[in-house]
Design a protein around this ligand. Structure first.
Ligand code: ZN
Length: 119
């Protein structure tokens, strides 16, 4: 089974190709971190046309079905930041989430089956 960083990269590259026609920047990398207070995060620096995508953060504890959902959620953030300057879970992010195959919701509710493997 490929590791989480490899899954992230594969899914990023697939979505970039199939959904965005290569308009997203090359995969920026992912820092896998030992954190339980978040699933993942998308970071950029700069703003407007100078905004640059930095490596994603991914908790080492995200696995299984939660991993793909998390990856798609973060790719939608990258697209919303780069194309629409949407830094939150606004309408632009929700549209990108839909296109990326993520649920258009900011967080997963307590008790959601996708959270079952979460510590
Ligand atoms: Zn989010």
């Amino acid at each position: 089974m490929p590791d989480a960083a490899a899954v992230f990269r594969q899914e990023y590259e697939r979505i970039n190709r199939e959904v965005y026609g290569g308009a997203l920047p090359p995969f920026p990398g992912v820092d896998v971190v030992d954190r339980r207070d978040l699933f993942a995060a998308t970071n950029t620096r700069g703003a407007g046309p100078w905004r640059v995508l930095e490596p994603f953060l991914l908790s080492a504890h995200v696995r299984g079905d939660l991993l793909l959902e998390t990856v798609r959620h973060e790719i939608a953030h990258a697209a919303a930041l780069l194309f629409d300057e949407d830094e939150g879970h606004g309408p632009a992010w929700r549209e990108h989430a839909r296109r990326c195959g993520a649920r258009p919701v900011p967080t997963l509710d307590e008790g959601d089956p996708l959270r079952s493997g979460w510590p």
